[in-house]
Structure formats: C-alpha cells, structure tokens
Design a protein around this ligand. Structure first.
Ligand SMILES: Nc1nc2c(c(=O)[nH]1)N[C@H]1C(S)=C(S)[C@@H](COP(=O)(O)OP(=O)(O)OC[C@H]3O[C@@H](n4cnc5c(N)ncnc54)[C@H](O)[C@@H]3O)O[C@H]1N2
Ligand code: MOO
Length: 390
C-alpha cells in the first residue's frame, strides 16, 4: 500500500492542463481565466461626483457663501461649459465634474432659492470626487490563472471584455457499478439501494469547474462494464465507483486491465478509501473509487478535486490544510491515514463518534475532515489537529 502523498503525486501525473477556449462573459463565471486580460479603458474615464449636490470651487467654500447655479451635469450628460468664480453646477452621482470645479457640496448642506444656493455651516473637507482612473487604468490587468468569481466577472465587464479566454472544462465520466443500484426516483427491489455517490461526486466536481457526465449504471458483469467504459469515450477522466475491492464481483480492475489500463497503483494507506486505484486508459486518466459512499466522497475531495484543478491549470491543486485544537481526547490511530468526519464549534474541532464509511448522514452534517497520519498516538483535548474544510 502506498501513502496518500504518493497516491496524490501519482494521480496528478496522470493529468495535464487542458487547452484554452473563448466563452462569452455570461458563461465565464466559475471558469478559470487562462490568460491575463488588460483593461481596455480607464475607470472612471473622467473625474466623477460621488454624491448628489453642487459642483463648485473649493477655494470659495465657506459658511454662508452664495453661488449662482449655471447648469446641470448628470450621469451620461456632462455640463459642457467651464465653471467661473461664484458659479455652481447642479451635479448627480456618477456625473462628470465640470471644467473649473474641484469640489462637490452635498445637497443636504445647501439651501437653494431659484438659481441661487447658499452653503450651510457643516460643509466638511471631503471633495466627493472620484478621480479619473481611481478604480483602474487602461492597461491594468487581471491576472491568470484564477477561478473567476462574480466580482471578477463584474471587473472584466467594466474593463470592456465581452469574450473571455478560459481553460476548457475537464470532461469527467462517472461510472457507478453494482447490481444493487437504481437511480434516484426509481423503485428499488428488496435488495437494492439508490445510487448516491455518482450524484454527490458530480455535484462536487461541477462545483470545482468540471463537466460531469453520469453514465448508465454498470451491472456486475464484465460485458456490462465493458459497455459502460465504451460510453466514457471522449472523457478526460473516467471515475469508476465501487467494484474495487477483493470480492468475486469486484470487476473494475480486471475489465479495465483487459481494456488496456496502465495501472499506476492499487490500494492506499488511508481510511476510508483503501481500495483506490488509478491509471491511464488510452488518452484518459482513470481513477477507481471505492463504493462505500463516504469513501467515494472523501477520495473525491482528496484525489479527484486536485486532478480537476490541475486540468484547469490552477497552481494550488490540494485543499488548504488548517489547524484547530481538538475538542475532545482521541485514541491512537491505526496503520492508515484517517480522514475523520468532524465539526468545528467555538474554534475547536470535534470528530464524530460514528466514522463508518457508509454513513452519508454523518458526512452531510460534517464541516471538516480531520487528517490523522498513520500510527498517530492518542491525543488530548486542546492538542493541535490538522483538517481540511468540506
Ligand atoms: N475482505 C475484504 N473486504 C473488503 C475490504 C477488504 O480489504 N477485504 N475492503 C473494504 C473497504 S475498505 C471498502 S471501501 C469496500 C470497497 O468495496 P468496493 O469498492 O468493491 O465497493 P462495492 O463492494 O461495490 O460497494 C461497497 C458499498 O458501497 C455501496 N455502493 C457502491 N456503489 C454505490 C453508489 N454508486 N452509490 C451508493 N452506494 C454505493 C454498495 O452497495 C456497498 O454497500 O470494500 C470493503 N470490503
Ligand atoms: O477504506 Mo474503506 O474506503 O474504509 O471504507
């Protein structure tokens, strides 16, 4: 059995960053920006008022000063003239500050009668003007390779980019195996259960920027598995679920081998997730996850997500490891790294009492996976514990 770190290196070497494609801005959220993009324009393109009020000269600001209102500057419609001594221009938020003005008095500090305004006694020193280029200047760039979030989309729009170069989405074929499985919504027979892992994994991988294709469930025969593998053609990564252990019906490894799998490893010293397998199948990478629902999801988080991030071209492929004090004592760990479902409360981490790898209800309420190395000795409440968030 190899270590988690060795297995992670091996799965990452099975994939490489994918090619670049261009998508409309509306489709770029959640994608990885493949090339730095520079601003096509300066924002704001002119000195703009940040408040509704009156533009005038700072040198003339004093309590009870009077000004004649000579025009109006609104967002989208500037005042074309030049302001002279004793003059003010009615101005609104976002409007260009007129030539000759260098100060905006908010309307709450002004009394207006006809064309005349009088300043009150509370005008502060703030000019209420946003300088040209205060946000960004033409040529400033948004760096690659980054996962685009809504704020990035807004910035790219403001920089006047309508089409965005992004890394192609990794196509991931998800292949659940087992005679006991039916799809959610179907009526299971007395010995059957619902296929859950494929749906959880698809959601996890899509959240990370991949395109998941759920293949039909393969039955526990070599012919059915072969058929399912054929449907995975065109995928960058094939994820099988179940049929990975040592039972007579665990057929994934023999069928994949027959189809030409170049296996990189089988079995990892971790819990859950021991019967993990990976390799190269023609042009695609393949990873075989154990069937137990929590094992499949934990292996998805620990191994498949980093593969997705590598294909997307991201530099950071693994989840950030954090530390928190243990909320209670724990016994010594066995020979495999243990990924324990845990909860964070008041800054401390508490492993759940129930760690069986079939318990999705425990996984769903956990917010972290505690990582215990092989043979970790017993620990006391308050000892520092490494974890990743879920
Ligand atoms: N004699 C041994 N038995 C087992 C060993 C071992 O070392 N020696 N390892 C155990 C460990 S650890 C794991 S993990 C499991 C993994 O087995 P498989 O990958 O072959 O998974 P299956 O037997 O197909 O299924 C296990 C379990 O999970 C359910 N399952 C499978 N697929 C799905 C799905 N898509 N959605 C929901 N549930 C699924 C399946 O019904 C079984 O209950 O082997 C141990 N055995
Ligand atoms: O390693 Mo298995 O994945 O414990 O349940």
């Amino acid at each position: 059995m190899i270590s988690v770190a060795q297995a992670l290196d091996a799965v990452l070497s099975l994939v490489a960053p994918l090619s670049v494609e261009t998508v409309p801005l509306r489709a770029a959220n959640g994608r990885v920006l493949a090339r730095a993009l520079t601003a096509q324009r300066t924002q704001p393109p002119f000195a703009a008022s940040s408040m509704d009020g009156y533009a005038l000269r700072r040198a003339e600001v004093e309590p009870d000063a009077m000004f004649k209102v000579v025009g109006e500057s609104a967002a989208g419609h500037r005042y074309e003239g030049t302001l002279r001594a004793g003059q003010a221009v009615r101005i609104f938020t976002g409007a260009p500050v007129p030539q000759g003005a260098d100060f905006v008095v908010i309307q709450e500090d002004v009394t207006r009668r006809g064309d005349l305004i009088t300043l009150g006694h509370k005008v502060g020193p703030k000019d209420n003007i946003r300088p040209a280029g205060g946000d960004f200047c033409a040529g400033d760039s948004l760096s690659a390779l980054r996962l685009l979030r809504p704020a990035d989309i807004a910035l790219l729009a403001a920089m006047n980019h309508a089409n965005i170069p992004v890394t192609r989405k990794p196509i991931i074929a998800i292949l659940a195996t087992g005679d006991e499985l039916v799809q959610p919504g179907e009526e299971p027979g007395p010995d059957q259960i619902i296929a859950s892992n494929s749906y959880g994994l698809a959601a996890m991988l899509e959240n990370a920027g991949a395109e998941a294709r759920l293949l039909p469930i393969a039955r526990d025969t070599e012919a059915s598995l072969r058929q399912a593998f054929a449907l995975a053609k065109g995928a960058d990564l094939i994820v099988t679920i179940g049929g990975a252990s040592v039972g007579d019906l665990d057929l994934v490894a023999p069928v994949a081998a027959e189809l030409g799998l170049e296996q990189s490893f089988y079995k990892v010293a971790m819990r859950p997730g021991k019967p993990l397998m990976a390799g190269k199948l023609s042009d695609a990478a393949m990873i075989g996850l154990p069937g137990n629902p929590v094992s499949a999801m934990v292996c998805g988080a620990v191994f498949v997500l980093p593969m997705v991030r590598r294909m997307l071209g991201l530099a950071e492929t693994t989840a950030e490891e954090l530390e928190a004090p243990l909320g209670r004592d724990i016994g010594e760990n066995g020979p495999r790294a243990h990924y324990m479902r845990a909860n964070l409360r008041d800054g401390k981490i508490y492993p759940d009492d129930r760690q069986d790898s079939s318990l999705l209800s425990v996984l769903a309420t956990a917010d972290a996976l505690m990582i215990r190395p092989p043979h970790d000795p017993a620990r006391k409440a308050g000892d520092s514990q490494r974890y990743i968030t879920l």
